[in-house]
Design a protein around this ligand. Structure first.
Ligand code: GDP
Ligand code: MG
Length: 436
């Protein structure tokens, strides 16, 4: 995927803006690339539409090329589609012990995951108990015992053919031995079958787990999505564990599964060893899928720098008392982009304390903009030259009244005076408290 996209973005570099034509070319390639990375077709379609809309709306930040900008947008969209933030395991219910039930197909990595999770919880100060409820294969019980030994967590196993009975007794055992989390390893089949589903449903109903985690092998690609869908319909699980991401699985499954079942991916397994378990972070997975983390952080930095530059520039003009209606107009434009006047107020030192929040909400800048636009360059720079006849002309030109123009000029004058006093305060403040 990464190579393909790289080629796409190379094609797009050197162009000045993101337009219908170049975004169209980019999106066609991205679509193809995502499908070849095993992302579900419906997901790809939705994804491409959203990226297209966002890219067209987005201005290209100074010092960033449209191509780099698209990478960032694609990345952000991937992150969003995979759930945005990391969703942690929720074991804070009132019941002790908390119960985690682990389900999935045979060979997906359930037993391995159980041991890894036990190790992680133990590191976090919990006292887990592993319960071997995969009762059909003696080897499965032995495997859990071995893994439990490796991570130094006790394993509850009895010679019993009823998975529910084992699980319930396991919970009882945890209570008696002061264990606060029970991790129930269940049986899987090679394919989804009715007996397995019924058993899992019974466990869910009678055990009432705090978390049901569905474990799925990322290597099985599109099939992972179908399996997830069936398990979710029957179990309504709480989260997904994606395994075998240390292989060459391209991570497309992560994107599709989240979209199709709308459940958070909570963990990813990246190897066979007890420590090879990571929390799932959508942003990291997006970068893995795209393979363009460098560009993403570059654009982020450029965006931050831009805001900082503008703020500093304005503050320095304020300090020099050079702030005029041109600046005011620029600020209004930025504000509209940011969507709140609170933003402007916060940029100006001291102003945020002087203007109560409620005065800022629901202001209409339309007439103000029109008035400023009807002024000449010189008038904007030196509003004091705006006499009576100029005021009449401006009012006519902006479709407002002379009173409106008067009001704006008066407000600007007062604002400037206030900013001047803020500036003087800041300056004298510097003298009293020299920075070293
Ligand atoms: P279960 O049948 O669902 O309990 O699956 P197991 O936990 O027994 O795992 C099946 C096989 O996959 C074992 O050989 C594991 O060592 C291996 N395995 C599990 N998780 C991972 C992983 O993240 N990466 C790799 N490479 N192998 C894994
Ligand atoms: Mg197993």
């Amino acid at each position: 995927l990464s190579d393909r996209l790289e080629a796409t973005f190379t094609k797009l570099s050197g162009q000045a803006t993101i337009n219908e034509v170049n975004i169209g070319i980019a999106m066609r390639d991205i679509k193809r690339a995502l499908i070849s990375a095993d992302v579900n077709y419906k997901v790809v379609k939705k994804f491409v539409e959203e990226v297209r809309a966002k890219s067209l709306g987005e201005g290209v930040v100074k010092s960033v090329s449209p191509a780099q900008m698209i990478v960032k947008i694609v990345n952000d969209e991937l992150v969003e589609l995979m759930g945005g933030e990391h969703k942690p395991l929720d074991l804070n219910g009132s019941r002790i012990p908390a119960v985690v039930m682990v389900a999935g197909l045979q060979g997906s990595g359930k037993t391995t995951f159980c041991a890894k999770l036990a190790r992680r919880l133990k590191k976090n100060g919990r006292h887990p108990l592993l319960v071997a409820a995969d009762v059909y294969r003696p080897a499965a019980v032995e495997q859990l015992k071995t893994l439990g030994g490796q991570v130094d967590v006790p394993v509850y196993a009895i010679d019993e053919q009823d998975a529910l009975k084992v699980a319930l007794e396991g919970v009882e055992e945890a209570r008696k031995t002061a264990r606060d989390v029970v991790i129930v390893d269940t049986a899987g089949r090679l394919q989804v079958d009715e007996a397995m589903m019924v058993e899992a449903e019974t466990l869910k109903e009678k055990l009432g787990p705090d978390e049901i985690l569905f474990v799925v092998d990322a290597m099985i690609g599109q099939e992972a999505v179908n399996t997830a869908k069936i398990f979710n319909e029957r179990l309504d699980f709480d989260g997904v564990v994606l395994t075998k991401l240390d292989g060459d699985a391209r991570g497309g499954a992560a994107l599709s599964i989240k979209q199709v079942v709308d459940k958070p991916i909570k963990f990813m397994s990246v190897g066979e060893k007890p420590d090879d378990l990571d929390l799932f972070y959508p942003d990291r997975m997006a970068q893995r899928i795209l393979g363009m983390g460098d560009i993403v952080s570059f654009v982020e930095k450029a965006q931050e720098t831009l805001d900082l530059e503008k703020t500093q520039e304005m503050q320095s003009r304020l300090l020099k008392n050079e702030f005029d209606l041109n600046d005011f107009y620029d600020q209004l434009q930025q504000l509209k982009k940011m969507g709140s006047i609170q933003g402007l107020v916060e940029m100006v030192p001291g102003l945020n304390k002087m203007i109560p929040k409620q005065d800022l909400e629901g202001l209409d800048f339309g007439p103000i903009e029109a008035i400023i636009c009807s002024m000449t360059k010189d008038e904007k720079h030196r509003p004091e030259i705006i006499n009576g006849s100029r005021r009449q002309r401006i009012a006519r030109g902006s479709g407002t009244s002379v009173q409106d123009v008067n009001m704006l000029l008066k407000q600007f004058k007062e604002m400037k005076k206030m900013m001047g006093s803020v500036t003087r305060m800041t300056k004298s403040g510097r003298k009293i408290m020299p920075q070293n």
